[in-house]
Ligand binder design. Structure first.
Ligand code: GLN
Length: 304
């Protein structure tokens, strides 16, 4: 009951809070979205769902998908993962090239684009049918077997992937990407185009609120230590150069995407997803972050 009241209050307070940012324009298909869309969903470990606003509207999850690919790859690689990618905040934009040369093609963390490309590269090597296997994984997490890629957004991003292709080629020059860069971009742009609503997104992050188990099915996705580590990476790196500010304001592990989604986890309790497509200068949904800040403030609970 308390959750319902809180998210309805937040929805009401923020429903007209628009015009302070821009939808992602560098992926042409993304710029077609209604900038004023606004949905919130809380999914609890007890199986309750509380939503406000446009919680049924689908959007592409973009960089939020990096948590799913990381979970799939770390399952196979264990600690060897840290030979190919770091686990420190970068303090740079999500698509920056700046640290890569000095750090010899080992990206600072798995959530900046360079790091995510390395992870997706290993996904392609480790799994028979990476695009299908990723979809199967996300369908299991969300409990919705109908989830799919948004082909229009995927193709639009592939066509305009100059920067990500540059990152992939650069990292490959250091030997830290094994597959063909163009094929890698194809897989990466598909993962970013997974289309979900806030209800599906909140549900699919519940495994990180429950120590690695999908609460609705009891299926174990990863160990408790791995779940702790994924949450820690989200807290320190999940919002790129805004991760410190997000931790300060919201106080939860979180992950954002340029589709306007932001998801956060209260371990032991719930996951919450917000969708609002206008982005701030860091490429994060400013209203999404504002909503999450109010959520932990009104609830009086965070990881701190
Ligand atoms: N598909 C986007 C890109 O690679 C994802 C970035 C993001 O959501 N921050 O540019």
């Amino acid at each position: 009951m308390q959750y319902r009241q809180i998210i309805e209050r937040i929805y009401d307070e923020l429903k007209d809070y628009t015009g302070h940012g821009k939808v992602a324009g560098y992926i042409p298909a993304l710029s077609k979205v209604n900038p004023h869309s606004f949905g919130i969903t809380v999914a609890t470990l007890d199986g309750e769902i509380f939503s406000a606003g446009d919680s049924g509207g689908r959007f592409t999850i973009q960089s939020i998908s990096k948590v799913f690919t990381l979970a799939m790859v770390s399952r196979h690689m264990g600690n060897r993962l840290w030979e190919i990618v770091g686990r420190e905040p970068s303090g740079t934009a999500f698509n920056s090239l700046i640290q890569l040369e000095q750090e010899k093609g080992i990206p600072r963390n798995p959530f900046i684009n360079a790091g995510a490309l390395v992870i997706t590269d290993r996904l392609m090597t480790l799994y028979d049918d990476p695009k299908k296997d990723l979809l199967t994984f996300v369908r299991e997490l969300s409990g919705n077997s109908g989830l799919d890629y948004d082909k229009e957004v995927a193709l639009s991003e592939i066509e305009h992937s100059y920067r990500n292709l540059a990152l992939a080629n650069f990292v490959k020059s250091f030997g830290n990407i094994h597959n063909d860069p163009q094929e890698l971009i194809n897989t990466y742009c598909h993962q970013c185009s997974i289309s979900m609503n806030t209800e599906e997104l909140a549900k699919s992050f519940l495994f990180l609120a429950s120590g690695g188990v999908i609460p609705s099915s009891g299926q174990r996705v990863c160990g408790t230590r791995s779940s702790k580590r994924l949450n820690a990476l989200m807290l320190t790196c999940g919002l790129y150069n805004e991760s410190g500010d997000f931790a300060y304001r919201v106080g939860l592990p979180g992950k954002s995407g340029v589709g306007g989604g932001v998801v956060a986890v209260i371990p032991g309790r719930l996951a919450i997803a917000v969708w609002s497509p206008e982005l701030n200068s860091n490429g994060n949904s400013y209203r999404g972050i504002e909503a999450l800040e109010r959520f932990t403030t009104y609830l009086g609970v965070s990881v701190f």
